[in-house]
Design a protein around this ligand. Structure first.
Ligand code: GUN
Length: 293
């Protein structure tokens, strides 16, 4: 079994990005600038955004963090989005999700200029991704593709089961794994809360990508020997032995599944670091106007 080291791969990619940024700046070009909007004080979102800002420093990007309290109105948030759309210095920006319930996430996502949508959540980017056109691809699925590529994992003709159908991970992941290219060319099945025979589906899979948010959901009896297991779960579970009071738990019963499979990504240290790294790649693309003028 090979342990997929997302942290090491992400660090290597961030170093490449930093080198490219140094070259751009040395040639008199503009330093890429990522802005992030964070609403409220959700622990998970705070950590993600803090890590995104840190990653910007590692890559040599300029970053701006814009914070609002939980009671910000939809109108105020939309007006901030509009400001960033029109700010020529900002190459790309994200609005950290989830948002408070009184704000429509979809409305906010659609208000973002798709040319600056480095999260790849805008319907134009989602549509372009699904038909294989150049665009910002959402960070978690793209990070997983980079891991498959880095470890030279065969995907062509393989049966890939995606667990979960979220707009952020499951749906784009399924689309990407069926694209006519590497990594891709897989036969994809998407399972979700209304799938009656998940165990049987998983047992046939050469690759399982688990993105349900249910700790330990994938057990050893669901895994074909030699399968590739990608764990996207990052649920906080209480743990009194930790200073923080919690630990991150994946969707896979790692201990028992690890000995059955060929590759497995751990939590933490697997997909998580790659997600942020993909956002950095998208920001570099935005700075270079790679996809849109
Ligand atoms: N919340 C969980 N994942 C993400 C992400 O990739 N981007 C944003 N903006 N919010 C998230």
């Amino acid at each position: 079994m090979t342990l997929i080291d997302g942290k090491a791969v992400a660090n290597a990619i961030k170093e490449e990005i930093a080198q490219e940024v140094a070259d751009i700046v040395a040639r008199g070009g503009k330093r890429p600038h990522l802005a992030a909007i964070l609403v409220g004080h959700d622990g998970g979102s705070e950590t993600y955004v803090k890590n995104k800002v840190l990653a910007c420093e590692q890559c040599g990007f300029t970053s701006t963090l814009i914070r609002f309290e939980d009671d910000v109105t939809e109108e105020e948030l939309l007006s901030q989005v509009e400001k960033l759309n029109n700010d020529d210095d900002v190459d790309g920006f994200i609005v950290q999700l989830p948002l408070p319930r009184h704000i429509s996430e979809q409305k906010v996502i659609e208000a973002i200029d798709y040319k600056k949508d480095v999260d790849g959540f805008h319907p134009i980017n989602v549509g372009r991704m699904s038909i294989g056109l150049p665009c910002y691809i959402s960070a978690t699925p793209n990070g997983i593709l980079q891991l498959l590529k880095y470890y030279n994992i065969e995907t062509s003709g393989k049966k890939c089961v995606v667990l979960g159908r979220s707009n952020i991970v499951g749906k784009p992941m399924a689309q990407l794994m069926m694209q006519k290219r590497y990594p891709g060319d897989s036969t994809v099945t998407v399972c979700h809360s209304h799938t009656p025979n998940i165990k049987e589906e998983c047992l046939q899979a050469d690759i399982i990508i688990a993105a349900l948010g249910q700790p330990g959901f994938v057990t050893a009896d669901m895994v074909k020997p030699g399968a590739v297991i990608i764990d996207v779960g990052t649920t906080r579970v209480p743990d009194s032995t930790r200073k923080s009071g919690f630990r991150l738990s994946g969707d896979v019963d790692f201990e028992n599944v690890a000995e059955k499979c060929s590759y497995i990504s751990p939590v933490p240290g697997g997909v998580g670091p790659m997600t942020i790294c993909s956002l950095m790649k998208n920001t570099l693309s935005a700075g270079k106007k790679e996809f849109y003028k």
